[in-house]
Design a protein around this ligand. Sequence first.
Ligand SMILES: Cc1cc2nc3c(=O)[nH]c(=O)nc-3n(C[C@H](O)[C@H](O)[C@H](O)COP(=O)(O)O)c2cc1C
Length: 210
Amino acid sequence: MTGIVLAAAIAATNATSTIKLPAPQADSGVTVMQALKDRHSERSFSEKDIPMETLAGVLWAANGFNRPDKRTNATGMNKQEIVIYAIMKSGAFRYDAKAGELVKVTDEDLRGAIAAQQPFAAKAPVSLLITADLSDPIYQGKGPWSTLSHYDAGIVSGNIYLYCAANGLATVCRGSMDRASLKKGLNLPDTTFIHLNHPIGYPADGGKSK
Ligand SMILES: Cc1cc2nc3c(=O)[nH]c(=O)nc-3n(C[C@H](O)[C@H](O)[C@H](O)COP(=O)(O)O)c2cc1C
């Protein structure tokens, strides 16, 4: 899939509804110290697509498996309840980290629902939506564990920021969005909590505004 950009790859796979992601490239990027130095929120996006390798890389950094049964992101009590959706012009896809695939959920372009009151976010070619499957009983009621997934979502957001900083991509962590439209558009059950989103793309000004 090397060199194939997102839009072309997705158009080619519309019929099957799943996109096989390339394996993450462990030797890409910069040092952790440099990524921390460069990390910042960016709210100005080019509409240019990002390569499929890059999308695969940021998804893996966010929530991929780095051991047979554990992930790049820590989760309270190892519940691994975080589920990420890639929201794009061609539709919305659930990230199946185990299979290394994007599974199509809808053909609808939900980037407007992601952007809500901040139109800049709809320009980004992809937004990652960080949700949590709270069907496990520990998340029910008011016990001390019921809020664990909020911390877990924050860790995923940090991973996304660092990957983007290391790979010349613009992003911003956002709590703002139209949650009702996203719940409907993605057909999410009541046990799914919508935490945060990250528009991702190339910076409109080449990254000069940080
Ligand atoms: C939980 C959380 C929610 C946020 N929500 C939004 C948002 O809805 N819209 C936005 O433009 N920025 C949002 N931000 C980004 C912050 O405004 C930003 O991180 C802060 O201004 C510091 O800038 P920096 O990330 O460049 O250090 C959010 C950040 C966090 C951690």
